[in-house]
Design a protein around this ligand. Structure first.
Ligand code: FES
Length: 201
């Protein structure tokens, strides 16, 4: 048995009611097999995702966090998944800053009819988290330090200063109308980094 097989990660999934959650349901009805590591929280839209949710999940023992929503252009609330991409970019910036591998957090899309796509996304993500190992171990961060960094990151992410910086970044992204993940990440890093540095994470 190799290292990937031994470790069973805890994965938390935030799935939008209208697409990805229904895709998971379709996968179940069709009896498609996928790893049992994911526990799901159903949200009405990925736009409901506050950036602190994944950070809270990690602080409570998740090794990986998955957010699944409708494809871009198909959100039932028009632009919720675009906002979710911005929140996800922020989470990636914070994770990187506090030394957690960004690959532990994934946002992706699957329509209600794409049960097999959902299965592939979850299978691949679970394999990736198995490769990375338990949270903190592959990063070489002790549990004590990890908890402290996450707690500080959550508090800072709720604070007015970092929220204002994120809002300014979001305005820029919306104005540029460029939702490539790389662009979002770079704009957020650019607008929020100084505030993050001052937040003693
Ligand atoms: Fe599914 Fe908005 S309703 S992402």
């Amino acid at each position: 048995m190799n290292k990937i097989d031994k470790f069973e990660p805890n994965i938390l999934g935030f799935l939008c009611n209208w697409c990805c959650y229904t895709a998971a349901d379709s996968a179940g009805v069709a009896r498609f097999q996928y790893p049992p590591n994911i526990r799901v929280i159903r949200i009405m839209c990925t736009g409901r995702l506050d950036p602190t949710f994944p950070l809270e999940a990690f602080s409570m023992g998740a090794d990986g966090v998955f957010v699944g929503g409708c494809h871009l252009g198909e959100c039932h609330y028009q632009t919720g998944n675009y906002h979710a991409l911005i929140s996800a970019g922020f989470v990636h910036v914070i994770l990187e800053y506090i030394g957690i591998d960004k690959r532990r957090f994934l946002i992706e899309w699957a329509s209600a009819a794409e049960g097999s796509r959902f299965v592939k996304l979850i299978t691949d993500f679970t394999d990736q988290i198995k490769m990375l190992g338990p949270l903190g171990k592959s990063e070489n961060i002790s549990q004590e330090v990890l908890k402290k960094r996450l707690k500080n990151a959550i508090n800072a992410s709720r604070g007015r200063k970092l929220r204002t910086a994120l809002l300014n970044a979001a305005k820029n992204i919306i104005k540029e109308n460029n939702y490539s993940r790389e662009t979002i990440y770079n704009i957020i890093k650019n607008k929020c980094y100084r505030t993050i540095e001052r937040s003693n994470l």
